[in-house]
Design a protein around this ligand. Structure first.
Ligand SMILES: Nc1ncnc2c1ncn2[C@@H]1O[C@H](COP(=O)(O)OP(=O)(O)OP(=O)(O)O)[C@@H](O)[C@H]1O
Ligand SMILES: [Mg+2]
Length: 256
């Protein structure tokens, strides 16, 4: 797999962790190359699991997932993984420098490549504010960085591998408005014209996606654009109204 167009399809996909109940049931989705799809739904609905199957951390219990029409199980796992950018829900940062954290997926990257990736992801300015910049030492699990800073580094890390498919599991940690704006911008730049599956814990992310899929207890409950789902007056419309109702100023929904 040298490169992928990035069309992803789920065909009758079900999945259960070991002897547990099914975490995903009968998923059918066709995601055209280049589309950004946001997955929303309650905790435990199966959003992270669905993304992990695309990353091949697990394979379906039944059904299949294809990339450009080929069953993922028939692709060389290592080569396929090289075409993916994966930003997990809790980005794991090892002790080491910011530079090393960004270069994690491409250890041979030059300093210039690392900086270019950070710039492309919009993380460069934040890094410049850290003591020692790119040589800033990250403490165990990134304790000495804010949630927003950790996310920007994780996004720069994904950018560096220049993936065909981006899998982004948004962190649940809430961000202050400035960090949220930075992370949103970084996410949009990365999603660009790549196929992007983003688990959206922030509805502002869902609202900016090409398409929103609402998951409910392992199944697809709603699937459409933000506007279509609002018009449908279902789960998503309800979530959105709650979100707007909780908005506290001009920075919320109107400007999304
Ligand atoms: N490693 C695991 N082993 C066993 N069960 C798991 C594992 N990971 C998730 N599950 C179960 O699978 C179901 C789906 O979990 P998943 O993590 O996909 O939900 P989610 O939609 O991402 O939730 P959240 O919004 O809290 O991140 C849940 O019932 C969860 O308890
Ligand atoms: Mg999750």
């Amino acid at each position: 797999v040298t490169s992928l167009r990035g069309e992803i399809a789920f065909e009758g996909v079900s999945f259960a962790y070991a002897d547990e109940e099914e975490a995903l049931t009968g998923i059918d989705l066709r995601i055209p190359a280049g589309q950004t799809v946001a997955f929303v739904g309650e905790t435990g609905a199966g959003k992270s699991t669905l993304v992990k199957l695309v990353a091949r951390f697990y394979d379906p219990t039944s059904g299949r997932i294809t990339a450009d029409g080929t069953d993922l199980r028939l692709l060389d796992r290592t080569a396929y993984r090289h075409r993916l950018g994966v930003v997990p829900q809790e980005a794991y940062l090892f002790e080491g420098t910011v530079r090393d954290a960004i270069a994690y997926g491409l250890p041979e990257a030059s300093d210039a490549q690392v900086e270019a990736a950070a710039r492309a992801a919009g993380a460069h300015e934040m890094i410049a504010t850290l003591e020692d910049g790119y040589l800033h030492e990250i403490a165990e699990r990134g304790r000495n960085l804010s949630a927003g800073q950790r996310q920007l580094i994780a996004l720069a890390r994904a950018e560096l591998v220049d993936p065909d498919i981006l899998l982004l599991d948004e962190a649940t940690a809430s961000l202050d408005l400035a960090s949220e704006a930075q992370v949103n911008q970084a996410t949009d730049r990365l999603a660009g014209r790549r196929t992007t599956l983003v688990v959206a814990h922030r509805l502002t992310t869902a609202a900016r996606a090409d398409r929103v899929v609402v998951m409910d207890r392992g199944r697809v409950a709603e699937d459409g654009t933000h506007d279509e789902l609002l018009a449908r007056e279902g789960t998503y419309a309800r979530l959105w109204r709650t979100f707007i109702g909780e908005g506290i100023g001009e920075d919320t929904p109107a400007g999304v």
